[in-house]
Design a protein. Structure first.
Length: 102
């Protein structure tokens, strides 16, 4: 499993938080191999981002949804990909997953 974290500086982007929120309403509900995507923001620091949990690195090699990516108009200022060692979750499909359980 792979965890990806990306952040954009909205100071560098033509998009507003309101436009991004509207685009998220049209985001596909499911993508092959995507276990979780949480869109996040921090108004005080003008940041917008996503935390994604993927079944595999191959599955994670997909671009972010087009409407959001197009609105942002710039590359992320922070991008990290990390191996998942272990998970704990109330959602049964996310319980006890990761390298520690392989």
């Amino acid at each position: 499993m792979l965890l990806r974290i990306v952040f954009w500086s909205l100071a560098d982007s033509p998009a507003t938080p309101a436009e991004l929120r509207a685009a998220l309403r049209d985001e596909p509900a499911a993508e092959p191999g995507l276990l979780l995507r949480a869109w996040v923001s921090h108004e005080a620091s003008d940041r917008f981002g996503a935390v994604e949990l993927w079944e595999s690195r191959d599955a994670a090699d997909r671009p972010l949804p087009a409407p959001v990516r197009e609105l942002l108009g710039v590359e992320p200022t922070i991008g990290e990909e990390l191996d998942v060692e272990a998970t704990s979750s109330l959602a049964a499909e996310l319980q006890r997953r990761g390298l520690a359980f392989e």
